[in-house]
Design a protein around this ligand. Structure first.
Ligand code: ATP
Ligand code: MG
Length: 202
């Protein structure tokens, strides 16, 4: 079993997320990509616009586009209110799936930031990494965190997707009343509209 953990805020999940998950699943023959919204992202200021339950529901809808995809509550808010760290969730995933080959799927902007993540060396030990291109970001080793040869061998750079979509821009456009159907999958767009999410949220 080859499984990718795909963490993020997913506020909301958009076509960029689906595209990189599909590219990664194709290139690395993944059986599963787990879209796992983070309860509380330590590197982001403030809170997500939508609560965890809504982001998980939207992630479930985004996963409808590919049978290899599944939403996961593995990175749900912690009971102690502390931020969620990927090192903890990958440790838990390894415990739950001891025989699986586990990948951590990220975009180039997230990987560039690796030096700011908690326990980068442990993160590279726990999973192989798939890093996908993102417009405006270099697809390369993290700045300020030089990798050893052994770590480099566990990082796979995938220059396959060039979709300039971000949830930040989406939220602004949805708040301004735009439909954004070109940036969202149909079930996600429908759910956002039905619930009035992001309206007047600027
Ligand atoms: P925000 O603007 O709120 O940060 P986002 O669009 O960056 O939202 P996240 O939930 O932060 O979405 O991203 C989750 C993961 O998906 C991250 O690893 C990020 O790098 C990656 N990602 C998001 N959008 C893209 C994209 N268009 N191309 C490549 N990677 C992406
Ligand atoms: Mg982001």
């Amino acid at each position: 079993m080859r499984v990718a953990f795909f963490g993020g805020t997913f506020d909301p999940p958009h076509r960029g997320h689906v595209a990189i998950a599909q590219a990664a699943a194709d290139a690395f023959e993944l059986d599963r990509v787990l879209f796992a919204p983070a309860g509380r992202q330590p590197l982001k200021d403030g809170h997500a616009t939508l609560d965890f339950g809504d982001r998980l529901a939207l992630s479930t809808m985004a996963c409808a586009s590919d049978e290899r995809f599944a939403a996961s509550a593995l990175d749900a808010p912690r009971e102690d209110g502390q931020p969620n760290y990927t090192v903890d969730v990958l440790t838990e995933l390894r415990r739950q799936m001891p025989d699986a080959t586990i990948f951590n799927l990220v975009g180039a902007d997230s990987f560039n930031d690796l030096g700011r993540w908690r326990e980068p060396a442990e993160l590279l030990r726990l999973a192989e990494w798939i890093v996908v291109s993102r417009p405006g970001h270099v697809l390369d080793e993290p700045e300020g965190y030089p990798l050893t040869a052994g770590q480099r061998a566990r990082v796979h750079l995938l220059d396959a997707v060039h979709l300039d979509i971000s949830a930040t821009e989406l939220r602004a456009r949805l708040a301004a009343g735009e439909l954004c159907d070109d940036l969202l999958t149909a079930p996600v767009a429908g759910f956002i509209r039905a619930h009035g999410f992001y309206r007047h949220e600027l």
